[in-house]
Write a protein that binds this ligand. Sequence first.
Ligand code: PLP
Length: 354
Amino acid sequence: MKQEHAKRMRHVDFRSDTVTQPTEGMRSAMVHAPLGDDVFGDDPTVNAFQEKVAHLLGFEAALFMPTGTQSNLCALMAHCSRGEEYLVGQFAHTYRWEAGGAAVLGSIQPQPLEQEFDGAIALDRIEAAIKPDDAHFAMTRLLCLENTWNGKVLPQDYVEKATTLAHQRGLATHLDGARLWNAAVHMAKHPALSPIDAARQLTKGFDSVSVCFSKGLGAPAGSVLCGNKALIARAHRVRKMAGGAMRQTGMFAAAADYALDHHLNRLQEDHQRAQRLAHGLMRLPGLKIDPPQTNMVFIELEEPLRVRQDELLQGLKAQGILTTGTYRLRCVTHLGLSDQDIDHALAVFQTVFA
Ligand SMILES: *Cc1c(COP(=O)(O)O)cnc(C)c1O
């Protein structure tokens, strides 16, 4: 009886855009990709994909990575040597969500800085954090930004000013663009701009950028780090050191390539579904919803719901609705969800939060 109930229950997984299954077309692309040993540089699918992404985003070179975390680590270690430091947002993935890898594995000192609500680090804060060249201090080498930030596109004029300031002060710049594709699709709503052109604009001013294919684009694994040839050569050595040099990894590159060709424009659907979810949730009392731009809806519980957050999460879960709530509740839309899923989830939210 219980099992039958579970079978009939509709599951809507909002935990992340990483929970997707590879589509049929993607599986087929993976199976038929020509392969070789990528440690010897022999995988034609990987080589072609690296060149393609570098070219699309306007960089000299690119390197295929198993994960975004490793891609960011390789970038940080390619930019900074032991005893040097990077400036980074207090809540940025490259500081808070990567298990301290830069410090542990790279002996690089993070200098986390307070961020504005939109994810920006105020320019005067950046300026004040750059250490003088003095034996007391770590050498400040790098500024890291992240786009999208909590599902929002960083203001482009801010990015320009921040990267210009960094370069004027002799710092390099790295962009954690795990969800850059979502930012690009949002930005491309302007007339006469393709998502690829938008993505290239969003990476302007950065010496390196890491993009993920296993998030909204729906590949099972894979990120790409872009930079100039010298930086990518250094990152290549770090990737080996980190154990990320794989063999016939063209199977994954083929999935990522398929995702780029077939799943980029459809991110717009995820963004529309996030809007649909947000507008429905706004009608429920006791919830504060930040209007989404891309595929993330953040839900703040007001008193007296706030103290019941864990219980409410469990209540949703018991009815097949999965979300996460480390700081605020977060619902992420992705290619595994339909409009019907959103409407069903809204109905469940209504009963659980009633
Ligand atoms: C997911 C994510 C990464 C990398 O994640 P992996 O799980 O290691 O692929 C990096 N930065 C941001 C902002 C992310 O969301």
